[in-house]
Design a protein around this ligand. Structure first.
Ligand SMILES: Nc1ncnc2c1ncn2[C@@H]1O[C@H](COP(=O)(O)OP(=O)(O)O)[C@@H](O)[C@H]1O
Ligand SMILES: [Mg+2]
Length: 238
C-alpha cells in the first residue's frame, strides 16, 4: 500500500534524510521510531505531499506522490504534532465539516459522516459546542475525526500523542487500533518505545536520516536477543 524507496532530503547543509526506504502493507500499522531530529517529520511530510524529496520515490495506493499529489491527498488522512489546530470559534461539528468541504465532499455526505464520527468518538454531547473551552482530549478527538472525515485508506500521524495527557493519549491509541480493525493502513511516528510496542505490527527505527532496522517486535527481539528498548539504545547510541 505504501512503497518508499531511497528518499533523500536536505535543508541547506543539513542532510535530514540520507536514505529512507520501507514498505507498508494494506491494513498494517507501521511505527516510525526515532529520537528528535532523526527525520520522522520530514519523512511523513514527504509522504503527505507537503514537501518534495530531493531524490527517491513514494508510491501510496499505487499513485506516485511526485506525479499526482492531488490524487494522493484524497487517499490520506493526516495529523501532525501535538498541536491540534482546531478553530476555537467554530463548533466541533463546524471544524469537521470544514475539512469535509476542503476534501470536496458534498454536504449530505459530510453530514452523515460527522454524525457517524461524533457517535464513534463519543462526541455527541459537545459536537455543537464551540471548541474554545474544550479539554485537550476533546480537541484531540475533533482533530482525529477531522483528519478522517473523507474516510481515507491511509493515515499518516506524526507524534499524535506528544503533549497529551494519559487520557487523551489513550483516545489516540484506541483510535489507531480502530483504524486497523477497519483495514486502514497507518504510519505513525513516535519517540516512545512503549507506544510503538503496544500499537504496531512492525516498527522501523530511523536514525540520522536512515532506516537502520525494520521488522515486527518479535523479529527484532529474536534477532538481537534484547528488548526493543535496549535494542533502540544500542542501535541509536549516545
Ligand atoms: N524546514 C527545515 N529547515 C531546516 N532544517 C530542517 C527543517 N525541517 C527539519 N530540519 C532538520 O532536519 C532534521 C530532521 O528533522 P525532523 O524530520 O523534524 O526530525 P524528527 O521529526 O525525527 O524530530 C533535523 O536536523 C532538523 O533540524
Ligand atoms: Mg518531528
Amino acid at each position: 500500500m505504501i512503497n518508499v524507496k531511497g528518499l533523500k532530503k536536505s535543508f541547506k547543509d543539513v542532510e535530514a534524510l540520507k536514505d529512507v526506504s520501507f514498505n507498508v502493507n494494506q491494513g498494517e500499522i507501521l511505527g516510525l521510531l526515532g529520537e528528535n531530529g532523526a527525520g520522522k517529520t520530514t519523512t511523513l511530510r514527504i509522504l503527505a505531499t507537503m514537501l518534495k524529496a530531493d531524490d527517491g520515490e513514494v508510491v501510496l495506493g499505487g499513485i506516485n506522490v511526485a506525479n499526482n499529489p492531488e490524487a494522493v491527498r484524497k487517499k490520506i488522512g493526516i495529523l501532525f504534532g501535538g498541536e491540534s489546530g482546531i478553530y476555537d470559534r467554530l463548533t466541533a461539528r463546524e471544524n469537521i465539516e470544514y475539512y469535509g468541504q476542503l476534501n470536496d465532499m458534498d454536504s449530505a455526505s459530510i453530514k452523515d459522516r460527522v454524525d457517524h464520527l461524533s457517535r464513534i468518538f463519543e462526541m455527541d454531547e459537545y459536537i455543537d459546542r464551540r471548541a474554545g473551552k474544550f479539554s485537550k482530549g476533546m480537541k484531540q478527538k475533533v482533530a482525529l475525526a477531522r483528519s478522517i472525515v473523507h474516510n481515507p485508506e491511509i493515515m499518516l500521524f506524526d507524534e499524535p500523542t506528544s503533549g497529551l495527557d494519559v487520557t487523551a493519549a489513550r483516545v489516540v491509541h484506541k483510535f489507531i487500533n480502530s483504524c486497523k480493525e477497519e483495514g486502514k493502513t497507518v504510519v505513525f511516528s513516535s519517540h516512545t518505545m512503549s507506544e510503538v510496542e503496544k500499537l504496531c505490527d512492525r516498527v522501523a527505527i530511523i536514525h540520522k536520516g536512515k532506516i537502520i532496522e525494520i521488522g515486527t517486535i518479535t523479529e527484532l527481539t529474536d534477532k538481537y536477543q534484547k528488548s526493543v528498548e535496549e535494542l533502540f539504545v544500542e542501535l541509536v547510541g549516545e
